[in-house]
Design a protein around this ligand. Structure first.
Ligand code: DX5
Ligand code: ZN
Length: 218
């Protein structure tokens, strides 16, 4: 089943509890962490995640856009994340394996992400261990950007690799998702769609989540 993960980066942070309730018909809640080093923007971190955990039972899908993520993955897991995704470009291979194993030891799912200029081959050494691979369809750092079609062949390549090895790994796509691009991603083989602007700018968020789901079934 296709999963929709609204990104609270585009929410009104002064009313975060109500904003989260407005998207509770979605499958996951996407939580973007930016440090101003790995990406040229700063967002939210551990104290906000702890507060969010207290007000929702939604599955929390934490996307770390930070330098040296292996130093923080366990802390985000302990703060309430269900899935912790970090960037392959931000770490040395030994630290990536360490972080994945540590997350699994804590009973959490682990994911690895690639930026638009990074090839799928960068994920290959870790595929057997991962629960999620996240393909960025925009440069990470900001919501509201346009979807890059170059993400589509990467999704298809990952679909082929995952099916060929019979792995149980979700393919998540993040950036520029709307009903049109959602359908393209699903056709290419994606299973989880992050949507920030498209969901949070809608007056009726539940209806917009339904529209995204419907687009994926066409
Ligand atoms: C961007 C973030 C995304 C962002 C998506 O760096 O990782 O999760 O919130 O926003 P939209 O859907 O507006 O592109
Ligand atoms: Zn994200």
């Amino acid at each position: 089943m296709i999963k929709i993960s609204p990104s609270i980066l585009m929410a009104d942070f002064a009313n975060l509890g109500d904003e989260i309730k407005s998207v509770s018909s979605a499958d996951y809640l996407h939580f973007d962490v930016m440090d101003g080093v790995f990406v040229p923007n700063i967002s939210i971190g551990l104290p906000v995640l702890e507060s969010v955990r207290k007000v929702t039972d939604m599955l929390l899908d934490v996307h770390l856009m930070i330098a040296s993520p292996h130093k923080y993955t366990a802390r985000f897991a302990q703060a309430g994340a269900d899935i912790v995704v970090f960037h392959v470009e931000a770490e040395m291979p030994a630290n990536i394996s360490f972080a994945i194993n540590e997350l699994h030891a804590l009973g959490k799912k682990s994911g690895l992400s690639i930026k638009p200029d990074t090839a799928v081959s960068a994920l290959a050494p870790f595929m057997d261990l991962l629960d999620v691979v996240l393909v960025m369809a925009v440069e990470p750092g900001f919501g509201g950007q346009s979807f890059m079609n170059a993400a589509l062949p990467k999704i298809a390549e990952l679909r082929y690799l995952i099916d060929a090895k019979n792995l149980h790994c979700d393919i998540e796509v993040d950036g520029g998702i709307n009903p049109d691009t959602a359908r393209l991603c699903i056709e290419a083989g994606a299973t989880v769609l992050v949507a920030g602007n498209d969901v949070f700018r809608a007056a009726d968020r539940a209806a917009r989540i339904m529209e995204l789901r419907s687009a994926c079934m066409m």
